[in-house]
Design a protein around this ligand. Sequence first.
Ligand SMILES: [Zn+2]
Length: 488
Amino acid sequence: MKKKRRPTLRQWCTEVELIDVSLNKQYWSMEIGLKYDKKKIAKLEKQSLKLSEYFLKKFDEPKELIDICIAGIAGAKTYRLSIKFKEDRYKKIRTNKYKFNKQPVSWNTWRQFAAKATDKQRKEVFDTFIKLTPKITPIIKEKFETNKKIYAQYGTDALSMYLRDHQIKAKPLIKILKILRDKSKKTFKKQFQYYSKKILNKKPEYYDDLYFVRNAIFKDMIAGFKKIDGIKQIKKAMREMGLNPNKIKVDTANRPKKYASPFCYPIKVPTDVRLSYKPENPLNDANSMFHEFGHGIHESSIDKNLPYWIRNVSSMGLAETFSTFFEHLMTEYDYLIEEMKFEPEYAKKLIRRINFMKLFGVSFYTGNSLFRIAYWKENLKFKDCNKRYAKELKKSMGMKIPGAYWQLHHILPSSLMYVPSYMVAEIQQEKIKNKLRKKYGNKWWKSKQAGKEILKLMRPGMNSEAADFSKLTRKDINNYVKSITRKI
Ligand SMILES: [Zn+2]
């Protein structure tokens, strides 16, 4: 019998990527509410698992692939738990007392319901859902603990891998988060009081969460966006910078089972990158399209000749750097006046409110991040998580919020790390933008040269300079806080 030859690294990558692409297509269909094949997913997940295990047995490098394979194994072994968690959350977090589209309000329709409900109804649903969290606690616990065990088998944990991806150690990351938190807290509290009085005519309360306020605060500004087509605008801006957004495919259909929030999904980097969104209102749509197209242009600009593990961005901080970079175009005064043709007062009001929401995000997400880091770093017991979460939010937001809320969040219970990425990415994108402003002026988005510089940061995938978050300094954090608290 002829002995089977061990595949080269290149052959292994080709094989793994083929499976990735098929799997991505299935998950994409699932997320946009089309038919998908559960059997096929199971088969592909199994193949992917085998290939990852094979790699860890037979190869010692590249180091990046070792981490990717461990994460892949954990993912393949827990994907059923992830699907079950989503199903459980839909079935168990619901109340018959209130209806949305003639159906009991469930976790999936909670935000849409909250946008239209009275203050009392909103509080009631919030309290009910908090009370119902013990029904989903076992599945979240199982998911986290199974992952913990799998990572431990390979002598690592989710935090260590996350830190390696972001080229930063735990201590400096915690320091960045704490500086950011402490610098923003006072202004946040003051502004939260102000906007709460102005918009809701009451004091801020625990059930006025980021996702509710984010909708409420822009309500009286939506009419100003009537003529704005977010997709057209962001594509135009990108083209003027010499970038090519045409390769990004967008799915705008409104299917009942489609995931409600907009997202970017790279099927194959850089040749097949897709976006999905359900139209809400032109203001929110523009905001999310600026963000998602930022992801899209990043993924589709990566050099196709790079090896698999450098092309497929594994650092969420790097991914969010480019999405927030483009999202922040909507806080550039000159851009709003010249490109969106807004009146000066309207533009200023919009910037002030977007910046307040960024500040809200900092207060909320620094707390989320420090909680998540503590879970891994301090080996928190699952039963102590709620208490710790409440403590971190009290520190970051200055409010008492029920600790079980983290289990109802859309990222915290389903992702092992992720949340600090938003924070480091926000600081990183402001750092990049500051450089562009100095070189090309306040209208940097009109400069092809500025576009070239961005492309230079996007093209190398994981080898990008912007992937190194250890280089963020106190000054960079200060500059970011200044940018979102500036008077305008
Ligand atoms: Zn994003």
